[in-house]
Design a protein around this ligand. Structure first.
Ligand SMILES: [Zn+2]
Length: 346
């Protein structure tokens, strides 16, 4: 199936997939130096095979590699940057959350001489699936929130600008190698990110990048089930509509579909990838509930602009739950597709 033959209401994921039990165990051994480079590559390839197979079996139209090589949404990206010194987490005991991460301090101008690791993801995905897929990367401002000012940088805005240039190089390389669908992920924290600035940085990342679809996932964070900031997209409108993204990928299910009216209210020209799986909820949605959520979105978003996905990445769910939720997503979407087609026929 090519992108041009996608059905109405295409189904997709945000990016990460659930980590298999054995991979958690393997990571412990890898961190302890117990695996060689070939062992690591084999382990990562096996993990991608599982993520791809689960997504294909669930019936998704556009998949990812599950971000199986990343070990966390943004943590592993930092190993590609030169010019940063890690700072010990300020809190190491108790519940893991946003204050328990390693931060970084610049010691020189940032660079990424070997790229950001996504080209091998692209090359491998092509070998293991015939479905269309997307490659994802964290956005520059989101990465910059993990970095303190220092070295040649006076503030985070300067750091984010350099990160945008490095991400731009990576996206250009992916596009040149034939990637069709590229996505940036941002955790929206309205108190530090002005919408205009956020959009400018996104545009800078995609400057000169020619692909079929530019996705932009913006969520409110989901680390161990915690968000970060007020969970509203309203401040992003109408600014966000002028960014170069083709599709905005937003979370709705865990907010009980709040703000589904924004597309109609602002006559937003973008496609919407609507989150209809609540990942902060340890239950499996019924296909009927998924269908109800999609119908709610259709009150505001034209069917030809609407895609269906989970609220966020699935990495923090046990695999059985992630897979069952994806099955419900696909079955619920098919119900609504049939209704739409039936309506068109009468
Ligand atoms: Zn997210």
């Amino acid at each position: 199936m090519t992108v041009s033959t996608l059905p109405i209401l295409p189904t997709s994921v945000v990016g990460s997939y659930a980590i298999p039990a054995w991979l958690w165990a393997a990571w412990e051994k890898i961190e302890a130096g117990g695996f060689g480079a070939m062992d690591v590559a084999e382990t990562e390839n096996d993990a991608v095979a599982i993520a791809v197979r689960d997504q294909e079996h669930a019936g998704l139209d556009l998949i990812s590699d599950g971000e199986m090589r990343r070990q966390g949404f943004i943590v592993s990206i930092f190993k590609y940057f030169h010019g940063l010194r890690p700072i010990e987490p300020r809190r190491k005991v108790g519940v893991l959350s946003y204050d328990g991460h390693v931060f970084y301090e610049p010691v020189e101008r940032l660079s990424a001489p070997a790229g950001l690791g996504t080209l091998k993801e692209l090359d491998h995905l092509r070998q293991v699936t015939t479905r269309p897929f997307k490659i994802t990367l964290p956005g520059p401002l989101t990465l910059a929130t993990q970095i303190t000012k220092g070295g040649p940088y006076r503030d985070r805005a300067e750091i984010a600008a350099d990160l945008a240039t490095l991400i731009n190089h990576e996206l250009k390389a992916l596009a040149a190698r034939g990637a069709r669908n590229l996505q940036l992920d941002d955790v929206y924290q309205s108190f530090i990110m002005e919408p205009k600035r956020l959009a400018e940085l996104y545009d800078r990342c995609f400057e000169g990048v020619l692909v079929s679809r530019r996705f932009w996932h913006i969520c409110f964070g989901t680390l161990e089930g915690f968000g970060f900031g007020e969970r509203t997209y309203r401040p992003l409108f109408p600014t966000i509509a002028s960014a170069s993204a083709d599709q905005l990928v937003f979370e709705f299910a865990n907010r009980e579909m709040a703000e589904s009216e924004l597309w109609r209210e602002f006559d937003c020209p973008k496609e919407l990838g609507a989150g209809v799986l609540d990942l902060k909820n340890f239950y499996v949605e019924s296909p009927e509930l998924v269908a109800r959520r999609i119908r709610r979105m259709l009150e505001s978003v034209p069917a030809e602009k609407l895609w269906i996905n989970p609220d966020c990445g699935l990495a923090r769910l046990p695999r059985h739950l992630a897979f069952a939720k994806l099955q419900a997503l696909v079955t619920g979407t098919r119900k609504v597709r049939e209704e739409l087609i039936g309506r068109a026929d009468t």
